[in-house]
Ligand binder design. Structure first.
Ligand SMILES: N[C@@H](CCC(=O)N[C@@H](CS)C(=O)NCC(=O)O)C(=O)O
Length: 265
């Protein structure tokens, strides 16, 4: 198969790429990397992706990394509807959203997810394995942050800021959707695709109260979910056990996050 995607069911970045490939109507072959079991640290995978993260796309033997770059690559390399506006100004606007997702939203969703749910899964293992999981992260800054999420949970120093960053995204989406159906211009674009897995992550964690007072965002999300790309990209690869963990653990974590958002913590 000429197109392989290294991915994982709970990875927002991998979901973003699956979404772009589905919107383009491109077939691909999956290479599942269980990032909760530490498979991203295997020497074979590190040779493809030295940062030990999913996704990685391999197209006819050539390796493409970084989810936003992969999405742009997919849009340009394959036939199918264009996922970028033609107007250069709108294209720049689209990239403001995708850049924000890379620079702010992804770093924010990681602590929220770890603290809400992944930490509970990881902490069920013997302590030596927990330590190994933390120590295996090749990035010293992320390693330190991850240590906090796993060891300290909601008391980790970056958790409050993270949920506020996500809330601000939702607020800005609500504003952007005031006079349009999609985030940029009249058509669905990579901007919509970039934020979808993050809004969906909050939904999976049971945090949808965050858009109870944001009707345009709520409608946008319903429309996104009704597109044929959503099911194969966001649901098909999410193991039932993970969905259950996210929903059960997320429900328990939500009151603390709600308190943070209301300024009480
Ligand atoms: N900037 C990278 C970030 C990729 C990333 O952080 N992937 C996460 C899953 S969404 C991962 O593989 N995490 C592995 C870990 O936490 O050890 C991209 O956009 O591709």
């Amino acid at each position: 198969m000429a197109l392989e995607l290294y991915h994982h069911g709970s990875s927002v970045c991998a979901a973003k790429v699956r979404l772009a490939l589905a919107e383009k109507g491109v077939e691909w072959e999956g290479r599942y990397v269980d990032i909760l079991a530490g498979e991203q640290f295997s020497p074979d995978y590190l040779a493809l992706n030295p940062k030990a993260v999913v996704p990685t796309l391999v197209h006819e033997g050539r390796v493409i990394r970084e989810s936003s770059i992969i999405c742009e690559y997919a849009d340009e390399a394959f036939q199918g509807p264009s996922l970028k506006p033609t107007d250069p100004v709108l294209r720049a606007e689209m990239r403001l959203w995708t850049k924000r997702v890379d620079e702010e939203i992804h770093p924010a969703v990681r602590p929220v997810t770890y603290v809400s749910t992944h930490r509970h899964t990881i902490l069920k293992r013997p302590d030596a394995e927990v330590q190994e999981h933390i120590d295996s992260d090749p990035d010293p800054i992320w390693r330190e942050r991850k240590r906090g999420w796993i060891r300290e949970g909601l008391d980790a120093p970056d958790v409050g800021q993270a949920i506020r960053v996500l809330d601000k995204l939702l607020e800005d989406m609500e504003t952007a959707l005031a006079d349009r159906k999609w985030l940029v211009g009249d058509d669905y674009s990579l901007a919509d695709g970039a934020v979808t897995p993050y809004v969906n992550r909050l939904a999976l964690l049971g945090f949808s109260e965050m858009w109870a007072h944001r009707p345009r965002l709520a409608e946008w999300f319903e429309t996104v979910k009704s597109r044929p790309s959503f099911e194969p990209a966001l649901n098909q690869y999410l193991p039932d056990s993970l969905r259950k963990d996210m929903s059960e653990n997320g429900r328990k974590a939500w009151p603390a996050f709600k308190t943070i958002l209301s300024g009480g913590r």
